[in-house]
Design a protein around this ligand. Sequence first.
Ligand SMILES: CC(C)(COP(=O)(O)OP(=O)(O)OC[C@H]1O[C@@H](n2cnc3c(N)ncnc32)[C@H](O)[C@@H]1O)[C@@H](O)C(=O)NCCC(=O)NCCS
Ligand SMILES: Nc1ncnc2c1ncn2[C@@H]1O[C@H](COP(=O)(O)OP(=O)(O)OP(=O)(O)O)[C@@H](O)[C@H]1O
Length: 206
Amino acid sequence: MTRPHLIGLTGSIGMGKSTTAGLFAAEGVPVWDADAAVHRLYGPGGAAVAPLARICPDAIVEDATGQAIVDRQRLKDWIARDDAALPRIEAIVHPLVGADRAAFLDEAARAGADIVVLDIPLIFETGAADRFDTLVVVSAPAEVQRARVLARGTMTEAEFENILARQVPDAEKRRRADHVIPTTTLEAAAAAVRQILEQIRGNRDA
Ligand SMILES: CC(C)(COP(=O)(O)OP(=O)(O)OC[C@H]1O[C@@H](n2cnc3c(N)ncnc32)[C@H](O)[C@@H]1O)[C@@H](O)C(=O)NCCC(=O)NCCS
Ligand SMILES: Nc1ncnc2c1ncn2[C@@H]1O[C@H](COP(=O)(O)OP(=O)(O)OP(=O)(O)O)[C@@H](O)[C@H]1O
């Protein structure tokens, strides 16, 4: 069983990771989404619920059907109060995310996938960049990024600035990427996705 070629897909907040992951999926490439994995781990029956309950019982609530789930706002409240909180949460969540990713990769290899995409917001921030065969960064002009994030209405301008300040700058991500996908239009992004897949397959077959 040969290992699939690993594409790491990343980019700063609102740059179009999820949309671009969908374009890879539309080309038949299996996609794993790190954020979605965390949401599953925090949801009903999720593997992070019990261990997080032990270190922060306040962060556990019941969903509409009475099942225990992690309340992200309450976790954030704890992180804001206590500098030790995030490292303790990460010590629980990261190994569980790693296991979810490993299960996805096993399944993709078994299914005979030649290429897979791992959609991970914090590849550069977590020092994981060298684990991929190809690094792809999605990017759009800063004013487009700002307008998109604020148009969602899910955060204030100050919250957006705060997240930006904690992320590796877009220019550095672009510099370190093997490929930059422009996300100003869907057509441009889709063309870049097809070109990247062709290049990887061409190099492999050469
Ligand atoms: C703190 C939590 C509850 C906040 O959840 P919430 O839904 O409000 O935000 P979300 O995770 O979607 O992040 C929002 C934005 O901030 C960015 N961001 C989040 N954390 C960081 C960070 N440490 N550094 C830079 N950017 C970050 C994300 O990329 C995203 O663009 C959540 O991020 C969490 O549980 N984090 C700990 C687990 C973890 O390490 N997850 C990362 C994936 S392995
Ligand atoms: N190629 C594109 N052309 C036009 N609009 C796009 C493109 N890619 C993304 N967008 C728009 O940009 C916004 C953000 O996209 P998306 O949710 O994919 O970003 P993200 O990087 O996954 O965000 P986050 O980091 O916040 O999770 C959405 O409104 C989406 O419709």
